[in-house]
Design a protein around this ligand. Structure first.
Ligand code: GLV
Ligand code: MN
Ligand code: MN
Length: 413
């Protein structure tokens, strides 16, 4: 690609990263916050200036469309602009901008050559991929792919009691658009783990996804005075939660190293007073592995550990809600497409797995889907220090352009 298109990408990336910028060089724009609204408005403007038609669906997914052939199906490219709290600026946002630039280049090439792609093109910013403010993660793509009902999604509330419906309405981000049928989907994303950086590989062809079991859990105890209550009578929910956190983390000791990843990632203590024993702690358990056999075994072990900790701390652990996804593979033709595009451009590549969830994880169950990774330095992600070099980002956009070109001309049919 000519230098100036690389410069334009980097300039757009720098501008996009100013929305919700943090002092530490990252971004904070959790779903449907004013900062998310600002970056979405910026993308809307970018779409319009480049001749895309802009639409919103009922769960706030933001689409930019380029129609070549009225009535033909679309192919969709994108990722997400929302972020975790105190996050890096690459996670999701890189993929939306890369999709936009790649689609613009492919559309311009067709216009210049007077040719017609087989499919129309669309770029999407999926609403609430991160799931930090509103659980579950990958919400917009879950609704789009029929895994979550729109009514259920709209009525989910954040920790302050604000619903998705109200938060989206405040941003004027609820529409009634239905994207015409899509024939395929592709997404480019930073790896978020260390495997590519460790091995020096520039392009990851994602061949499979790990699975996840996530649980919303309450540890029930009884409120009491921190000074005067007898130790032997206490039902301290925070003590129960501490044992639970340890139990979740120690599950991995029963498995081969790095085949099971577990954590407790969120904690709410009630009433959270320095002079009161906690009556309830709500927490979030996140377990990931390559296959559900591992997760099922881990869950059974956890349930046994929970029984013991309940007795020991005189608390009760309740599972309130769950969100899970299964492991799965990406279509071989798509994996091959990534490898061919990387070869043509002279970039090293490898078949990799995604340990993180992505919107592509949802969409792959609907239509042929391609997921491409570029390296994350030291595998750091969900952290302001997240970093992908400019050279690696630009290589990814060039590879993605080839993939867009191939898919719109029917390579995944
Ligand atoms: C989203 O990135 C997730 O892994 O839940
Ligand atoms: Mn992401
Ligand atoms: Mn993320």
């Amino acid at each position: 690609m000519p230098e100036d298109s690389h410069e334009t990408f980097l300039a757009d990336f720098a501008l996009m990263s100013t929305f919700g910028a943090t002092a530490g060089g990252g971004v904070e724009r959790q779903a449907a916050t004013p900062e998310d609204g600002q970056v979405r408005a910026w993308l809307t403007d970018l779409f319009r200036k480049s001749g895309f038609e802009v639409h919103l669906d009922g769960i706030g997914n933001l689409y930019g469309l380029i129609e070549f052939s009225p009535g033909a199906d679309y192919v969709l490219f994108g990722s997400h602009l929302d972020s975790q709290p105190m996050a890096g600026k690459y996670d999701g946002a890189y993929g939306v901008l890369a999709a936009f630039h790649a689609v613009v280049r492919v559309a311009e090439a067709h216009r210049a050559a007077g040719t017609m792609p087989k499919y129309n093109l669309a770029v999407v910013d999926w609403f609430n991929e991160e799931g930090s403010r509103f659980k579950p993660s990958m919400m917009g793509s879950a609704v789009y792919s029929g895994k979550l009902s729109i009514d259920e999604a709209l009525s989910i509330s954040d920790s302050g009691g604000v619903s998705v419906r109200d938060a989206l309405t405040a941003l004027d981000a609820v529409g009634d658009f239905t994207l015409p049928p899509i024939a395929g989907y592709a997404e480019i994303h930073i790896e978020q783990g260390p495997s590519m950086d460790d091995s020096g590989v520039k392009i990851g062809a994602v061949a499979a996804t790990w699975c996840a079991y996530k649980y919303e859990v309450a540890v029930q105890g009884e409120q009491g005075h921190t000074g005067s209550m007898r130790m032997a009578s206490r039902k301290d929910a925070l003590l129960g939660a501490a044992h639970l956190i340890t139990a979740v983390n120690e599950l991995v000791d029963d498995f081969e190293q790095e085949t099971l990843h577990t954590t407790v990632s969120e904690l709410y203590v009630l009433p959270n007073s320095p002079v009161t024993i906690a009556r309830e702690v709500r927490l979030h358990i996140d377990m990931r592995a390559e296959n559900t056999e591992i997760l099922d075994r881990a869950l059974a072990l956890l349930l046994a550990k929970i029984e013991l900790l309940e007795q020991r701390t005189r608390t009760a652990v309740q599972f309130l809600a769950s969100n899970t996804w299964r492991s799965g593979t990406f279509v071989e033709a798509g994996v091959k497409l990534v490898e061919d595009a990387a070869d043509e451009l002279g970039h090293s590549h490898a078949r990799v797995k995604t340990l993180a969830g992505h919107d592509a994880t949802n969409i792959k169950d609907l239509v042929p889907t391609v997921l491409v990774f570029v390296p994350s330095i030291d595998g750091i992600s969900h952290n302001e220090r997240e970093l992908t070099s400019d050279i690696d980002m630009l290589a990814g956009v060039d590879v993605f352009e080839r993939i867009v070109h191939a898919i719109v001309t029917g390579a995944l049919d």
